[in-house]
Design a protein around this ligand. Structure first.
Ligand code: KIV
Length: 283
């Protein structure tokens, strides 16, 4: 194990945002290597893999086995970043025992060094059971995509009414008291992100929760401009990879059709002249 490896304790010590923590979802070895080399702190195999890798409309069908497979892919390439497995829909809601069994699989079979699960007060007992069993936990409050059947598929933000804000604070405190070492706060007004951050002793990792959180999260495909169907207000695109890829594929297609590729530079040659003669004579 390399000594600069990120751990839950080293992240917890960065409460206060110095330097702010970074979390990005990742599903394969190529991207894991890039994210890790760039210095991203937390490599999350998120259930967004349902939409971004499996082509589904939402994350609900993602299974524990799917997350294990992608954890293994990412884990082979990651050296420094903390490898975290998202607990998919219905892998932890049934009971704390079921959650322990499934989180244990993400750790033992997938190589996860922590798990993330959505929910606040209602899952505090489960968070407590997991941490007591030795599995570090990241909570996830605010907009919770796994609750979309109840909250509505188009729910883009949370914490805008006073009762919602009170609940959010109860959720954040419950998760922290239950032993989580960090909590993702998704799509809340920046003032609410700040209040939550000031109210709990563990780092908040904001995705659309403003600049006062202890860390920042974006979906990798969004920030790289790989997913272009839809862009929430909080997403900043740092690259336009979909355009770059489409341009490259168009050029490849034209080169093949116009017989410009492969050219001399990209072809192997038989160097042995006697072999060349033999080749000519072959029926
Ligand atoms: O599944 C995921 O990628 C996530 C992040 C957006 C935090 O939950």
């Amino acid at each position: 194990m390399t000594s600069d490896r990120i751990t839950p304790e080293s992240l917890r010590a960065r409460k206060g945002g110095s330097p702010p923590i970074t979390l990005l979802p990742v599903y394969d070895a190529t991207f894991a290597r890039l994210l890790d080399r760039a210095g991203i702190d937390i490599l999350l195999v998120g259930d967004t893999l349902g939409q971004l890798v499996q082509g589904r409309e939402n994350p609900l069908a993602v299974s524990v086995e799917d997350v294990i497979y992608h954890l293994q892919c990412v884990g082979r390439a990651a050296r420094r970043g903390l490898l975290v497995g998202d607990m998919p829909f219905m892998s932890f809601q049934i009971s704390p025992e079921e959650a322990l069994r499934n989180a244990g699989k993400l750790v033992k079979e997938g190589g996860a060094r922590a798990v993330k699960l959505e929910g606040g007060e209602r899952i505090a007992e489960t968070v407590n059971a997991l941490t007591r069993a030795g599995i570090p936990v990241i909570g996830h409050i605010g907009v919770q995509p796994q609750s979309m059947l109840i909250t509505g598929e188009m729910r883009l933000s949370a914490g805008k009414a006073l009762e919602d804000i009170r609940q959010l604070l109860r959720d954040a405190r419950a998760i922290a008291e239950a032993g989580a070492f960090a909590v993702v706060v998704e799509a809340v007004p920046r003032e609410v992100g700040k209040k939550v951050t000031e109210s709990i002793p563990i780092p908040t990792l904001g995705i659309g929760a403003g600049p006062d959180c202890d860390g920042q999260v974006l979906v990798t495909h969004d920030l790289l401009g790989l997913f272009t169907e839809f862009k929430p207000k909080f997403v900043k695109r740092y690259a336009h990879l979909a355009e770059t890829i489409e341009k490259a594929l168009g050029e490849f297609l034209a080169d093949v059709r116009e017989k410009r590729f492969p050219d001399e530079e990209h072809s192997y040659h038989l160097k042995d002249s006697s072999l060349l003669l033999e080749l000519e004579r072959l029926p």
